[in-house]
Design a protein around this ligand. Structure first.
Ligand code: C5P
Length: 236
């Protein structure tokens, strides 16, 4: 179930999509109190960034471990048990029933919250068909969202396109975490379907994941503060 009251600033999750721990630590120092929630994904995790989860948690920050796990159940359960001890707040797993069930078992009663990745946003209907699926993207997203809720997963990562629908379908029970966010006027980069922070919050997003518009900004702290301000006014 979504955390009843989410602090406004905690709704902004800044992706530390940076090549080294040194670069990440420099960015964290620059952002200071403006950011309370960070995401560590493949790039930083595989560059020695996993210990940063504990370090950030000890410093009072929240961490989203975007590790997108998917393996046999026993391996997922044991992996999640380890990550639960790291102090992370969110962990992603691919939203296959076995994987989600195993992740929920590994989470146990810890504070870690499991997020299901329904269908990667780089997949379209043709990609799913090529991979052997008979459902199209929207049907598979909906099937997996229902399964996630039934299994007891805590939230979903979804695109801005899906958030309105998923908010109605499972939003009262699951945290909806939305990447692909671009403040008005900023560069979309390789994101094709973008939403502004205000649009995403109004559509039902609980958390926004933003990387480049903050970490590649000339003034990252000012960029983060502007997004928090926009979130606050969308919540009014
Ligand atoms: O730089 P940008 O704000 O586009 O980064 C978005 C972050 O969210 C990246 O870390 C990216 O991997 C992640 N993400 C995404 N789309 C998804 C899932 C995760 O952009 N569907």
């Amino acid at each position: 179930m979504p955390i009843a009251k989410i602090e406004t600033r905690d709704r902004l999750i800044v992706g530390l999509d940076l090549p080294s721990v040194e670069a990440a630590e420099a960015m964290i120092a620059r952002l200071g109190d403006s950011v309370t929630f960070y995401k560590i994904g493949y790039q930083l995790a595989y560059a020695g960034g996993l210990p940063l989860i504990r370090k950030l948690a000890n410093a009072g920050k929240k961490v989203f471990a975007d590790l997108k796990l998917h393996d046999i159940g026993n391996t997922v359960t044991k992996g999640v048990e380890s990550i639960a001890k790291s102090g992370a707040t969110f962990l992603t797993v691919h939203a296959y029933p076995q994987t989600m069930t195993a992740a929920v078992e590994g989470r146990g009663t810890s504070a870690l919250r499991i997020l299901g990745v329904t269908v990667l946003t780089s997949y379209n209907n043709a990609d799913l068909q090529e991979a052997g699926y008979r459902l199209d993207v929207s049907a598979l997203v909906e099937t997996r969202a229902r399964q996630a809720q039934a299994i007891g997963v805590d939230g979903l990562v979804c695109s801005g396109e899906e958030v309105t629908h998923l908010s109605k379908l499972v939003g009262s029970r699951l945290d909806l975490v939305v990447p692909g966010i671009r403040p008005a006027g900023s560069d979309a980069g390789d994101q094709k379907r973008v939403m502004t922070p205000g649009q995403a919050i109004k559509a039902g997003a609980d958390y926004l994941v933003v990387a480049r518009p903050v970490v590649a900004a000339t003034d990252p702290k000012a960029a983060a503060e502007a997004i928090v301000t926009e979130i606050a006014s969308a919540l009014d």
